[in-house]
Design a protein around this ligand. Structure first.
Ligand code: CAA
Length: 258
């Protein structure tokens, strides 16, 4: 399938989506978001895909929602079309693991889309920010909520209230990104992480993802109860039997994803 605003490829069990609107620093317009949604649908339906990577260019992961597209919209326009909720949240609803490989600008909706992924590997030139306040609006794709949970109130407030950008190094220190790598190594390092995930039991990876995400949505006691139920349920799977047998027999597990 051909897309106008993204490039889609697979490498083994890894599905790669590259945002591709270089003329607008990958600004996220509705056509691009629809493309991302379709590509994710395809990867989720393909049982050979075990992990997804979302990336952009060396200059920009994405410089935010498309300001040209948003400028003429009224309150009633965005309310009636349920702008953001209707389509952007597809990324946060992805059941398979999805890694953001971020180089350059990840601003506004770009930062928010990266935060919808499961973890972020950043190139050393990455810059994260929520500059919406400069446009007379506020973040609208989860920036005030996810950023605050990831980096804490003080850093989130400074970024959201002033538009201050965080360097890759600061983002790693603050816990926004899992690690920082050299720009030239970004895809290689991200692919290595994705390939590692692909070798594991796909349903276990999906259950583990669901449990970690639950931590952001519930109390500690409820979250631990949820985890315990899910942990118990993993004992009913063929992959649990294979994983433990392989360990005891000192061989590599051959997971069947069942
Ligand atoms: N929307 C539309 N076009 C954008 C864009 C955006 N978010 N960001 C950049 N572009 C376009 C520029 O208009 C420019 O186009 P032209 O060449 O046709 O003039 C092209 O991309 C290159 O950008 P610059 O010339 O500005 O490049 P730069 O290197 O000088 O600056 C930048 C880079 C600091 C990222 C700057 O482009 C910028 O500040 N962009 C806007 C960032 C922003 O405000 N993002 C938040 C958007 S609102 C949002 O995301 C809401 C939400 O929460 C969902």
């Amino acid at each position: 399938m051909a897309y106008d605003n993204i490039l889609v490829e697979t490498k083994g069990g890894v599905g790669i989506i590259t945002l591709d609107r270089p003329e607008a620093l990958n600004a996220l317009n509705s056509a691009l978001i629809a493309d991302v949604g379709q590509a994710l649908d395809g990867f989720e339906a393909d049982e050979n895909i075990g992990c997804i990577i979302l990336t952009g260019s060396a200059k920009a992961f994405a410089a935010g929602a498309d300001i040209t597209e948003m400028a003429p919209k009224s309150y009633m326009d965005v309310y009636r079309e349920d702008f953001i909720t209707a389509n952007w949240e597809r990324v946060s609803q992805c059941r398979k693991p999805i890694i953001a490989a971020v180089a350059g600008f990840a601003l506004g909706g770009g930062c928010e889309m990266a935060m919808m992924c499961d973890f972020i590997i950043a190139a050393d030139n990455a810059k994260f920010g929520q500059p919406e306040i400069n446009l007379g609006i506020i973040p609208g794709a989860g920036g005030t909520q996810r950023l605050t949970r990831f980096v804490g109130k003080s850093k989130a407030m400074e970024m959201v209230l002033t538009g201050h950008m965080m360097t890759a190094e600061d983002a790693e220190r603050a816990g926004l990104v899992s690690r920082v790598v050299a720009l030239d190594d970004l895809m290689e390092e991200t692919l290595a992480a994705a390939e590692k995930i692909c070798k594991l039991s796909q349903p276990m990876v999906m259950i583990a993802k669901e449990c970690v995400n639950r931590a952001y949505e519930t109390t500690l006691a409820e979250g631990v109860r949820f985890e315990r139920r899910m942990f118990h349920s993993t004992f009913s799977t063929e992959d649990k039997a294979e994983g433990m047998a392989a360990f005891l027999e000192k061989r590599t597990a051959q997971f069947k994803h069942r």
